[in-house]
Design a protein around this ligand. Structure first.
Ligand code: DNO
Length: 344
């Protein structure tokens, strides 16, 4: 496995100089953040990221994310222009040494939590999802601040998007995903780039919006939409694992054996009696997932793709982007590498 760390670019309070000091850390996962969704990334911005990583002895070869414009998900006539821009981004990134692109196909909202500063008994802060709290949130009237949330939306844009999604079914969304893959995967193949869809987080519908990538049946269906090694997965244990119905070690073993996992997001979650979850420390005993069994499944299937320690808690007084501080993710990286070494 290739150990990587997500870095939000020069504005990230976590610096590359910090990241390089984490033992075993070699690869950087990043993105160009100053371009609106759907536009082409400038060669200069990509080169600048690449250069900054090289200067710290790190390799920038994974992008998370090239976001998919809502018109593509909605299947609007304008989608072809946005898909062409997407393909151009794949070409440019491929030329700059990017081997894996992570993206998602969730309508409007990316990952969603109901509290990103939840105090744990030990004083750490974590992120939680409480279904009752979600029911009380109204994205159209309330002041919304979600972690994976594009804050550039105005209320009226959002209202229009909700109306547009009300007119499409889950099957329409699958069809729009198939159309997208039909155009981008051949380009990815030519450029030697692996596309890796991120599962929906949480893996169920929210705010009445349809979500697709939620369980094993959905992953099977997704992979069969375009049968190419380049059409693969970001297997996020915390996203799929927040549903107790998903057997995470078995799913990891299955898709890794097929060679269709290009990127692993590794973190633990703890299910709550209310049907929600808390993001716990990475350790198996902290949550509901068997992290050692997941690593063993990767080892058994000869996994050589990218791995990153996913969300950490905020500990030791650190402040910053919820889920993306330095300290707890660094602890996660060490724990995961320890498990990996123990399997050798
Ligand atoms: C959350 C992340 C997601 C992920 C996107 C991929 O922490 O894993 O926001 O980057 O869903 O497009």
């Amino acid at each position: 496995m290739k150990m990587s760390f997500r870095w939000y670019g020069p504005d990230d309070p976590v610096t590359l100089a910090n990241i390089r000091q984490i033992p075993g850390m070699k690869h950087i996962v990043s993105a160009v953040y100053d371009v609106p969704v759907g536009q082409v990334w400038s060669e200069e911005s990509i080169t600048a990221l690449q250069k900054a990583c090289q200067e710290q002895g790190l390799i920038f070869d994974v992008v998370e994310s090239v976001p998919v414009h809502e018109d593509i998900k909605l299947g609007l006539p304008s989608r072809d222009t946005y898909i062409e821009n997407y393909c151009e981004n794949i070409r440019r990134l491929g030329r700059h040494g990017i081997r894996c692109i992570c993206y998602n196909f969730m309508p409007i909202f990316d990952w969603t939590r109901t509290d990103v500063h939840h105090k744990m008994p030990d004083g750490a802060e974590n992120l939680i999802y409480d279904p009752q709290a979600l029911d009380r949130m109204d994205p159209l009237t309330g002041e919304l601040s979600l972690p994976g949330w594009d804050s550039s939306y105005k209320k009226e844009d959002l209202k229009k998007l909700f109306e547009q999604y009300a007119a499409i079914t889950k099957e329409d969304l699958w069809e729009n995903l198939r159309y997208f893959l039909g155009k981008v995967i051949p380009v990815a193949e030519e450029c030697g780039v692996n596309m890796a869809i991120h599962p929906d987080d949480p893996p169920w519908d929210i705010f009445g919006l349809p979500r697709l990538i939620t369980d094993e049946a959905a992953l099977d269906r997704f992979l069969s939409l375009y049968d190419s090694p380049c059409n693969g997965l970001t297997f996020c244990t915390g996203s799929l694992g927040s549903s107790p119905q998903n057997d995470i070690p078995a799913m990891v073993e299955k898709y890794s054996a097929m060679g269709r996992i290009h990127f692993m997001h590794l973190r633990n979650v703890k299910w709550t009696p209310q049907g929600g979850f808390e993001e716990s420390g990475h350790l198996t005993e902290n949550g509901s997932l068997d992290m050692a069994a997941i690593i063993k499944a990767l080892k058994k299937t000869g996994f050589t793709g990218y791995v990153r320690p996913d969300h950490g808690r905020m500990i030791w007084g650190e402040t910053g982007k919820p889920g993306y501080g330095l300290y707890d993710r660094a602890l996660g990286a060490m724990y995961l590498q320890g498990l990996w070494e123990a399997t050798e």
